[in-house]
Design a binder for this molecule. Structure first.
Ligand code: PMP
Length: 441
């Protein structure tokens, strides 16, 4: 059990200790960089981040027993905080009945029903185990459905680590993309094009030139991976119109925004129906589950009905499905998203007002229960034009960590609140943000 008293006592403790250093040495001797996903290393903030041990609600606790108010929430995967009792009960029950069968269960139908109820564009759904699998499979399907190869993504958007998405926008006449990671052969990215986000002119021009060759456009409809940018509605509308006219498919990557910005995700918020949708994070209730789905005619091209191969030993895993069912069921409670919105307004409203009045070179951008505080810009439109102040972010990050607030350790990321964050925790976070802003901005 994590008590508030314990938290207060540990509030000013420094984030590093010999125990933490030892743990990093131990892990680094076994895992490249000590981690299983690069951002966890703390490289971007120049810190050995606390190694975590447990969490409860909005608290997360490191191996030294220091407690933090968690505003990262496993990168948005936890909508109800850590160890939510309903999710834990569901997972426990499932695991005692067998953790995997490699055969179908009704749980998959139950979760698919909840998802389709919230996002009617997902007429048919296939579960996978990670967001990467979902985007990779959706693109394969789109290529098969259209008989075309070209895929358009946007600069700064992240769709997982499949080869074809690891591209940097090209420059000059060719605009051919370059691989953004070693180990990705140039020919693996030659059918991916990278355009500036939120830029209607660039989009129109590209469709004029290449429309007939485009299999799909994949987009984070509200971005998390360049920090939170809510696009101009006209951009998403143009995307829908241009893809339809060109016979290309529109893929909404709602791995983060699904069940996060509202029950129906960004597609409901913007009233745009994509052809395919990718989900992840929240739908697994903290366990590895993700999904892609969409128009029935397209989805039924998948094996075993059609000739598009896609499979997974642990796809639709019963423990993950049970946890996901519990998490998504809770999100369906009346007033759930209104209450999250109140928490966000209470945290950010006064900060936004302060920054604006003061004319600070910083801003908060948010959508539903995700937000980013950007340093070095008064607004970020997502075209990659703003030069953000990373040094300031690093100072801010350390300040917050020292005061017991755990944030995603990079500026271009989203902070997430959960239904477990209470008023007291929110006011603690807000007070620390204010303290920093008053002294530094
Ligand atoms: N799409 C988006 C929008 C994401 O944010 C992520 C991961 N953060 C992915 C896809 C990939 O998901 P995963 O890490 O589960 O493979």
């Amino acid at each position: 059990m994590v008590s508030t008293k314990g938290f207060m006592m540990n509030l000013q403790a420094p984030p590093t200790s010999s125990k933490n250093d030892d743990a990093w040495r131990y892990l680094s001797a076994l895992l490249p960089g000590g981690v299983n996903s690069p951002v966890r290393s703390g490289k971007y903030v120049g810190l050995k981040l606390p190694i975590m041990k447990q969490g409860e609600g909005a608290w997360i606790e490191d191996i030294d027993g220091r407690r933090y108010i968690d505003c990262c929430m496993s990168w948005g995967a936890l909508l109800h905080g850590h160890a939510d009792p309903a999710v834990v009960r569901a997972a426990q029950k499932a695991v005692t009945q067998g953790s995997t069968f490699g055969a179908s269960t009704l749980l998959e139908g139950d979760l698919a029903t909840l998802i389709r109820g919230a996002m009617p564009s997902m007429e048919r759904i296939r579960f996978v185990s990670s967001g990467t699998e979902s985007t990779m499979s959706a693109v394969r399907l789109a290529r098969a459905a259209t008989g075309r190869s070209l895929v358009v993504k946007f600069k700064g958007h992240y769709h997982g680590h499949a080869d074809q998405f690891l591209v940097e926008a090209g420059t000059g006449v060719s605009r051919l993309p370059k691989a953004a990671s070693r180990g990705v052969p140039p020919e693996f990215v030659q059918n991916t094009r990278c355009l500036p986000f939120n830029d209607n002119d660039a989009l129109e021009r590209f469709f004029e030139a290449e429309g007939k060759n485009i299999a799909a456009v994949i987009v984070e409809p509200v971005t998390a991976n360049m920090g939170v940018v809510v696009p101009d509605r006209r951009f998403l509308t143009a995307l829908r119109r241009l893809t339809t006219d060109a016979g290309s498919l529109l893929i909404f990557d709602e791995v983060v925004t699904g069940f996060r910005v509202g029950l129906g995700g960004a597609q409901s918020l913007f009233q745009i129906s994509p052809d395919l949708t990718c989900l992840g994070k929240i739908i697994g209730g903290g366990f590895p589950a993700a999904a892609f789905g969409g128009r029935r005619d397209i989805m039924e091209l998948l094996a075993p009905l059609g000739a598009v191969y896609q499979a997974g030993t642990l796809s639709g895993n019963p423990v993950a499905m049970s946890a996901g069912n519990a998490a998504v069921t809770k999100a369906h409670q009346p007033g759930f998203y209104d209450s999250l919105q109140c928490k966000m307004d209470s945290l950010w409203g006064p900060v936004e007002e302060f920054l604006e009045k003061r004319g600070s070179l910083a801003c908060v951008q948010r959508c539903g229960s995700m937000a980013t505080m950007f340093f070095g810009a008064r607004s970020v439109e997502g075209r990659g034009e703003e030069l953000l102040d990373d040094a300031q972010f690093r100072r801010f990050y350390r300040f917050m960590l020292n005061r017991g607030v755990y944030l995603p350790p990079a500026q271009n990321e989203a902070w997430f609140l959960s239904s477990a964050h209470n008023d007291e925790q929110i006011s603690i976070v807000r007070d620390h943000v204010f303290e920093y802003c008053k002294e530094n901005l």
